[in-house]
Design a binder for this molecule. Structure first.
Ligand code: NAD
Ligand code: ZN
Length: 240
């Protein structure tokens, strides 16, 4: 632990990957837990896929509208703030890569954030591809019309079977290749690129630290696994 804290403090390059676990303390459910209530009978693939959207755009939009409402009511938690502080102290050293679509890292003050799975607080026009913020959840028209061309917009997220945004993905690979320390927090690490980013750091001789209350495939090669929640783990690593 002491060695990890030390290397983290001295590292010229740190790459961070976050997943749904980081937002759990903000009251945003992880994917597994999001399948509750009205939505319990659907698997994520049945709601978060191009096929589902083609079949029933309104139903998919209702799911996203509910999650959006949840997100804007939620507040960033201590883990989001500790990561924003880390960037503020050493802006050139840190790149934050997230699978989260809730926008909470930016709301906590992180500025260099690569969103691998898009952002559910925005919609994207199916015709002109421009994005727009969703606005007031209580008066949302579903699907929302594009403010530029009037065509229907879809959630600005990456669905099952779709490609990740290539610029975010490239930035993530470079960051993890160059990182002296990789921090992986609150992701089950079973889908790509989450599964392999930290491995790049490990192969280059960098230090891999995982924060997750449960073991994941990454635990096998992480140098340090903190089996605890995101904010507790981050404060153990970063607090003076
Ligand atoms: P996941 O749901 O597959 O895994 C969440 C991980 O967080 C698990 O490994 C779990 O053990 C861990 N965890 C639970 N509580 C935690 C805590 N307090 N602190 C730290 N870790 C904790 O999530 P994923 O790996 O991010 O991938 C699933 C997909 O779900 C992604 O595509 C993502 O876009 C989407 N998603 C995003 C959000 C969000 O934006 N907040 C929420 C749900 C799902
Ligand atoms: Zn448009």
């Amino acid at each position: 632990m002491r060695a990890a804290r030390d290397r983290l403090r001295r590292a010229a390059r740190v790459a961070v990957l976050t997943g749904a676990g980081v937002s759990k303390e903000s009251g945003i459910p992880t994917f597994r837990e999001a399948q509750t209530g009205l939505w319990a009978r659907f698997s994520p693939e049945e709601l978060a896929s191009p096929q589902a959207y083609r079949r029933d755009p309104e139903q998919v939009w209702r799911w996203y509208a509910e999650r959006y409402r949840n997100c804007i009511r939620a507040e960033p938690n201590r883990a989001h703030r500790l990561l924003a502080d880390l960037e503020m102290r050493r802006p050139e050293a840190l790149l934050l890569v997230t699978q989260n679509v809730d926008g909470l890292h930016a709301r906590a003050g992180s500025q260099r954030v690569q969103e691998l799975h898009g952002n559910l607080t925005q919609a994207r026009c199916e015709r002109c591809q421009r994005t727009a913020p969703l606005g007031d959840p209580d008066t949302l028209e579903l699907p929302p019309p594009c403010p530029h061309c009037g065509s229907p917009m879809r959630p600005n997220v990456v669905w099952f079977g779709e490609n990740l945004p290539s610029s975010a993905l490239e930035a993530a690979y470079v960051a993890f290749l160059e990182a002296e320390v990789a921090l992986v927090i609150g992701t089950s690490g079973v889908v790509e690129p989450a599964a392999s980013l930290a491995r790049l750091t490990a192969q280059q001789g960098g230090l891999v630290i995982e924060i997750n209350p449960e073991a994941t495939p990454l635990s096998a090669y992480a140098n340090l696994s903190l089996r605890t929640g995101a904010s507790e783990g981050l404060s153990r690593l970063l607090d003076d």
